[in-house]
Design a protein around this ligand. Structure first.
Ligand SMILES: CC(C)(COP(=O)(O)OP(=O)(O)OC[C@H]1O[C@@H](n2cnc3c(N)ncnc32)[C@H](O)[C@@H]1OP(=O)(O)O)[C@@H](O)C(=O)NCCC(=O)NCCS
Length: 170
């Protein structure tokens, strides 16, 4: 699955991936509003424009259908945030996530401005935690009660990878 820029025509299939507020927060964090809609995604796409975009969004296709998404937000002082990591529901459990995110890392770390890539993953998200451990992200700790979802509050594991720790996985 090759990495390519996420585009406007990817929005309709992406919107079908999240059936509940919990699924949306698990993927995109508490900043997204359920139901995810075109306006929210167009606003995020707008952040990818320009010579020095604040955000990059990548996609991957399987058999001509959107199967993967991930975004990196450039922060200050060389710290970037990996977010919106997702595999299409019909394509999960096939081992697509690790090679896809490995390509994202390969796209991010050649930028000498990025020294650290960090992410949050909710503590119950076993598949995502296995993914980030396998890719070599380092667990820094648990951010307690980070997000509110309905009546619940969710803890998140905070992970990072430093430029010096990045290894190109063939
Ligand atoms: C998280 C996500 C990207 C992982 O992709 P996936 O296709 O489901 O998972 P993969 O098939 O690539 O497997 C990843 C690892 O998790 C394991 N795994 C998969 N489902 C699992 C589950 N329910 N419980 C425990 N481990 C699981 C796999 O065995 C694999 O580990 P291994 O390589 O050691 O065998 C995908 O499930 C997803 O999009 N989830 C919804 C959005 C989300 O949670 N995004 C992450 C935000 S941080």
């Amino acid at each position: 699955m090759d990495l390519r820029p996420f585009r406007q025509s990817d929005i309709p299939p992406l919107l079908t991936w999240f059936q509940t507020p919990a699924e949306l927060v698990q993927w995109g964090g508490p900043a997204r509003t359920f139901p995810l809609d075109e306006a929210q995604m167009l606003a995020l796409l707008a952040e990818t424009q320009g010579a020095h975009p604040a955000r990059r969004i990548w996609a991957g296709d399987r058999r001509g259908t959107l199967a993967a998404i991930a975004s990196v937000v450039d922060g200050r002082q060389g710290t970037a945030l990996l977010t919106m990591v997702g595999i299409a529901p019909a394509a999960r459990g096939e081992g697509l996530a690790a090679p896809f995110i490995a390509q994202v890392l390969k796209a991010v770390f050649p930028d000498p401005a990025i020294e650290r890539l960090e992410l949050n993953v909710y503590t119950f998200n076993a598949a995502a935690i296995r993914l980030y451990d396998a890719l070599g992200f380092v667990r820094e700790g648990v951010r307690r009660s980070l997000a509110r979802v309905g009546e619940e509050r969710w803890d998140a594991v905070h992970y990072s990878m430093l430029r010096a720790e990045y290894r190109d996985v063939p």
